[in-house]
Design a protein around this ligand. Structure first.
Ligand SMILES: [Zn+2]
Length: 53
């Protein structure tokens, strides 16, 4: 049985978020300090730059 990592499957989490400062693997945080479901657009952009398809 494979280990289940508590990581979200969003590939954007491979990079740190330039907007909210979330580290790699961590979810983005909104203004309220709560984890966001998605990621900041800046982060998605950065991911696409670093890991071009
Ligand atoms: Zn963010």
């Amino acid at each position: 049985m494979p280990r289940r990592e508590p990581t979200v499957r969003r590939p954007e989490l491979m990079v740190a978020c330039p907007r909210c400062g979330s580290a790699r693997g961590a979810a983005c945080y909104g203004k309220t300090g709560r984890p966001m479901k998605g990621v900041h657009p800046e982060r998605a952009e950065l991911y696409r730059e670093q890991y071009p398809a």
